[in-house]
Design a binder for this molecule. Structure first.
Ligand code: ZN
Ligand code: ZN
Length: 189
């Protein structure tokens, strides 16, 4: 029985003077070229509704803030790990409830290029090998996902220990391929 607090509106107070707010806008904000909240003109800018007769826009982070406040990810049981770049929503499908990092991508320039266009409009580009961290919101530890930029490849999910082992093998092979093992390299230094 919390009727008093529930009765208090938590969104836009009715006393807000939109006229004063509109007067305070810069020319860029009035013309839809800058965020109505912070004045940022960084792309992307998204429609943020009308301020009286002015169609205003807002920057990505303010659009996200407003959307998240209206639709918070209540399924999140703890804060995101520091590496997560995901913008979680309350309505995220259970399969999408995972933390993801930035994606590291390397073009494989010595391999045959793939046609990323169509048979009639070919667009030949190198295949990229991509790695990123992923963790389902209830999983104990993240894994590293390894896949390529084609849609026919397999995605490999490596535990952190497995990824560490593979990374060490790669470095050993690189050192050997360059005509020096890691140990010889250390001796020479
Ligand atoms: Zn903004
Ligand atoms: Zn997250």
């Amino acid at each position: 029985m919390d009727k008093l607090t529930n009765a208090t509106p938590t969104t836009a107070p009715a006393t807000l003077d939109l006229g004063i707010l509109k007067e305070s806008l810069t020319m860029a904000q009035r013309n839809g070229r800058a965020c109505v909240q912070c004045g940022s003109s960084d792309y992307p800018l998204k429609p943020a509704g009308m301020l009286l007769d002015v169609a205003v826009v807002e920057c990505d982070s303010h659009a996200w803030e407003r959307d998240a406040a209206a639709n918070p990810p209540t399924w999140l049981t703890k804060p995101c790990p520091a590496w997560c770049t995901e913008q979680h929503r309350g309505g995220d499908h259970p399969d999408d409830r995972q933390h993801t990092s930035v994606i590291h991508s390397t073009d494989l320039l010595t391999m045959d290029f793939e046609n990323f266009g169509s048979p009639t409009k070919p667009e030949h580009r190198p295949v990229s090998l991509m790695t990123d961290l992923v963790q389902g919101h209830l999983e104990a530890e993240p894994r590293i996902c390894l896949n390529d930029s084609t849609d026919k490849g397999t995605s490999y999910y490596l535990s952190l220990a497995e990824a560490e082992e593979i990374a060490a093998h790669l470095l050993q092979l690189v050192a050997a391929g360059r005509g020096r093992t890691a140990h010889q390299g250390e001796d020479a230094a």
